[in-house]
Design a protein around this ligand. Sequence first.
Ligand SMILES: [Fe+2]
Length: 302
Amino acid sequence: MSKGSILAGVLAPHPPHLVYAENPPQNEPRAECGWEVLRWGYERCRRSVLALDPEVLIVHSPHWKTVQGHHLLGVDHFEGLSVDPIFPHLFRYHYELDVDVELAEAIAEAAHEARLVSKLMRNPDFRVDYGTIAACHLINPAWDIPIVAISSNRAHFDFGNDAGQEEMLRLGEATLRAVESTGRRAVVLASCSLSHRHFTVEPEIPEDMSHEHVYHHGQYLWDMHLLELFRRGKSAQVLDEMSDFIEQATSEAKDGSLTWMLAVLGIPDYPAEVHAYGNVIGTGNAVVEWNPVLHSHEAEES
Ligand SMILES: [Fe+2]
């Protein structure tokens, strides 16, 4: 068996609004339009990532919250109805997905060897969280590639940002080792927003874009700072500043997804491609791709 590899990583935010506005057959509510810049960015990113022909998508989601360690889906097939608890009028999604259980088991084992608590979710009736479903749908709406889904163990919340960072870096390194040892060609998805301060009142028409805007200039400045670091290949500096970003931008990165992904990618020092940035109920969302192939083409052209 040849050694596996990470083909690309994507910052893949999961606002249910983006799925709602796409009107896929799986989602019950219908939209007129909305959040086009982010959705068009997802289209570009999707084309780029799927052209790499990945065998599996590995996603870390803030909305599968586990307290005792890192859990992974551990059944071949899941299906059901996922309803967003905050936006049930936007996201009532009938999902059906396949899991790469062998890889999930390998990641759980590698995490255990790294002295992290890990557990497989073996309940076939388990309801998969919308953070996993929305990110995977937006990257691969055909659902014809198996996934591995990893929970957020909330270490930043329970033990502080420094402990959380350490935990997620170790989980990312363990994930990479498991991908390499199982020979998989994988794409990793960090299912999270950047700044995360949001509106408390929704407009009458959710997709009325005259209401959508930056909520808070300080949070916007943080988002632009991070995107500039991504574009310059400065992931290590992002990790250095992550605790401040989490606190000052009330960032969803506090759930660990972004740190985990940067660790799986080996803390990349090459430029990322920012496909889109936009607000959803005021939160800052970016679709960003780390793709060494894309980068090497850019380097040849320059
Ligand atoms: Fe979220």
